[in-house]
Design a protein around this ligand. Sequence first.
Ligand SMILES: [Zn+2]
Length: 200
Amino acid sequence: MSQSGVIQELIESLKLLSGIGPKAAQRIAYQLLTNNRSDAMRLGNALLSAVENVHRCPRCNGLTDSDLCSFCSSTKRDDSELCIVENVADMMVIEQSLSFNGRYFILMGRISPLNGIGPHEIGFDKLLERAADPALKEVILATSFTPEGEATALAIGDLLSKRYPHLNLTRIAKGIPAGAELEYTDVNTVAQAMLNRRVK
Ligand SMILES: [Zn+2]
């Protein structure tokens, strides 16, 4: 059965989302267009507005529609602690665990030599700049316990300890199962891992 170009384009666009296969994309498209037209309009407007107005925070790489994100601009957070994560979803899990009240720095992914992704590609230069903040005392390496996450933590640790020997480098504890993505770990486990972090 051939579908109208407009509907097909919607289905193809939905398929680009992670976790959405061809069947699910079709189901969502039909659902939005038949029963939920006002929801569909709202989704479309929200998406358009977010894409037009949201950009990376120049200080932490988080997402914001202001000059600085709320985590960087808040006066209630501790400037002496910087938590390094792989992505925005990981940052939000740590935030929901209520185990941390410092600042964040979000890498643009993780090191993967096989795919040609090195320190430069994931924003080490910007991290070095950020770590020059004189208020900073502790850097918490909160990358995942996957091989790539571990390699990333190791590389950041090396780089920071050479450039800023006064910084206290810690790694979140392994309450988090080996091979686990932070994003998919429950918040209590993440909270424990933050509290039990150890000196690198
Ligand atoms: Zn920020």
